[in-house]
Structures are given as C-alpha cells and as structure tokens.
Design a binder for this molecule. Structure first.
Ligand code: PMV
Length: 346
C-alpha cells in the first residue's frame, strides 16, 4: 500500500426494531416497496456492531466475519447486496473490504438480525463515502432508503424512538422508499417504553421473510389486510401522539394476530406459533385482567413474544415475567429491551 492509497476504517452500531403495524407483503410497484405502511419502535439493547476496513485495490474484494468467524452464508448475502449497490457507491468497484460484525443479543435467540445488521452496514458504507468524497455528514433519509433495499424493515432502524415506513395520507412526508422519524410525534410515555422479548424458541426461522412476503401474493385475504393495515396506521399515529394506551394495545395485539392468521391461511399454510407462545399470551391476558397494568404483546414472524409496557410498570411486569413466564421461555431466556436512540458511530 503506498501512502496515496485510500484506506481507513469505520464502525457503527445499529439497533433492531419491533413493528407495531406490520409490513407483510411486497408491492409489485418496485424493489422492496411495501403493500402497506408500517410503524415500529426502535430498540436499544438488541443491536449489531459492524466495522468496515477499506483499502483501495484494483477490484472489489470482501472478507466478512461474524462474531470473529468466517460465515459463508452471510458473506454471500452481503456480497450480493454490495454488488447491487456498485452504481450507487462507485468506489466499491475498486475497494477491498474487511467487515466484522457482531450482535449484542444471542445469535441463537431466534431474533431476526437483518434490520440491525443491514442498517449498520449501510451506515458504514455512507460513512466511507463521506470520507472518500469529503462529503458532509450522513443523510439518514438516504441511509434508510438504501437499507430498505437490503432488508425492508432495516429502513426503520435508522431513526431514534419510532419510525414510519410507507406512504400514507395521514402523515406528510411519508414515503414507500424510506422511513421517517416519529421521534417528535409520539407521547412521552412511549419514549422509554419497554420491550421484554420472551425467547420461546431459539431455532432459526423455518420460513424466510422473503418467502413469507411472497405468500401474500396469493393470500385470499390480502386486499382486506392491506386496507386494515392502512386504517391501523391512521389510528396508531393518533394513539402514539396522544398517549392513548388502550388504543395502542388494541391495535398492536390485533396486528400481531393478523400477521400470524395471514400466515396460517396462506398456501402453503405456515404455523410459527408454539404452544408456549399461546401459554404466554393467555397468562398475560389473566395478569392484565387482574392488575389493570397496560402491558400488551406483539409477535414477529416467529414464536417469540414481545411484551410492551410503560416504564412506570417495569418492576411489576418484570416480576410477573420472572414468576410466571420464564418457565415458558427456552432455557428461561428473555431479553430486557426498551425504546432506544437509534444508530451511532462507535
Ligand atoms: O424486513 P423483512 O423483509 O425481514 O420483513 C419484516 C417482516 C416482519 O418482521 C414480520 C414485520 C415488520 O414489519 O418488521
């Protein structure tokens, strides 16, 4: 390497997010365009940390490590994405990249890491671009747009607190191409909301989200779903703004149930819930009836249960989890997470 060779290193952390109104179904209108808008809370403890060392070369080269080890599956996925972004980042054509990535949550927790890992990677790319071209600081809207191309839900991880992805008349500036921040649009109660993630199974997802989205193309309830989701967006935006926990809980739980109901009635049918998922939900209903504590659940495309609740009830809910729900968790595992500040350079 001579002294004029462009080289350096960047490092970013980016969090996972949990959708309240779910993105489930891709529109044929373009690459990774959603059929309906979605809203998520940005998490804090479930994060990916990615560092990229770059060095000018005569061609593109990639060495990817996950948790300090070579990972051919991830390497192929990342290489494919980077090659698709060569025209956006022309410097990649002549760059050797060494990427090291790790998740702060257990790899075997069944938690999808594409949102956190892909948003962290895209922020690194934009940071390299900033250094190579002497650009001003990173534009988060652009980060969100590019992250969307890698993994739809990744576009929502770029912003603190909460994000909206998808065009809706209910929110000026919303777009199908990138997410926007809802940080200033949510009531203070949500700004430090808790998300306790109960690990029912640590197995890898049996259906990839790509396959799951594709099943919506032939789902007989698809049109009703998209209309319902669009209406839920309008109602959830109001609930988030006003701090209306009753509506928040009703919409959030209904969205989780719909996601899984849609999977069950697709062809072929997909069942991702486990007996312990249902036990947890029923035990939660009972706890809520008895205590009136506003704690609700949501589900991702898997059997794990996310319990969402205000900070002021954290002690009671955490005791409830330890006393009554831990036995339903795989090896008693659960992750205490909460709404967070979004990505940062580290
Ligand atoms: O971003 P993808 O393609 O992995 O899809 C995400 C799908 C859900 O997690 C089920 C819902 C969502 O909006 O995050």
């Amino acid at each position: 390497m001579n002294e004029n060779t462009i080289h350096g290193g960047v490092k970013w952390q980016s969090p996972s997010n949990i959708a309240l109104v779910k993105y489930w179904g891709k529109s044929p209108a373009g690459v990774q365009i959603p059929q309906n808008p979605s809203i998520s809370l940005t998490l804090s403890n479930c994060r990916t940390e990615t560092s990229v060392f770059y060095e000018e070369s005569d061609r593109f080269g990639l060495r990817f490590r996950f948790d300090g080890k070579e990972n051919p599956e991830f390497q192929t996925k990342i290489a494919e994405f980077l090659k698709s972004q060569m025209s956006r980042f022309p410097f990649l054509n002549k760059m050797d990249l060494h990427i090291d990535s790790r998740n702060t949550f257990p790899h075997s927790s069944g938690i999808a890491s594409s949102a956190s890992s892909m948003s962290a990677l895209v922020l690194c790319l934009l940071d390299i671009e900033r250094m190579v071209n002497n650009n001003p600081d990173i534009n988060l809207k652009e980060a969100s747009r590019i992250a969307r191309l890698a993994s739809g839900s990744a576009c929502r991880s770029v912003f603190p607190k909460a994000a909206l992805w998808g065009a809706t008349e209910a929110f000026a500036g919303s777009s199908d191409e990138y997410a926007i921040s809802l940080e200033d649009e949510i009531h203070s109660v949500f700004k430090n909301y808790h998300d306790s993630i109960l690990i029912v199974s640590d197995a890898k997802k049996s259906v990839s989200s790509r396959t799951g989205h594709a099943l919506m193309d032939t789902n007989p309830y698809a049109e009703v779903r998209y209309t319902t989701a669009k209406n839920n967006i309008v109602d959830l935006l109001t609930a988030l703004k006003t701090g209306d926990l009753e509506s928040f809980m009703k919409i959030t739980e209904s969205e989780a149930m719909q996601l899984h109901a849609l999977m069950m009635c697709s062809n072929p049918s997909v069942m991702l819930l486990k007996p312990n998922t249902l036990r947890i939900i029923n035990t939660l209903y009972e706890f809520r009836r008895e205590t009136d504590i506003p704690v609700c659940f949501t589900l991702d495309a898997g059997p794990n249960v996310h319990l969402l609740y205000p900070d002021q009830h954290a002690e009671m809910v955490e005791r409830f989890i330890m006393d009554e729900l831990e036995p339903y968790c795989h090896e008693g595992q659960w992750i205490a997470d909460r709404v967070g500040e979004g990505p940062s350079r580290i």
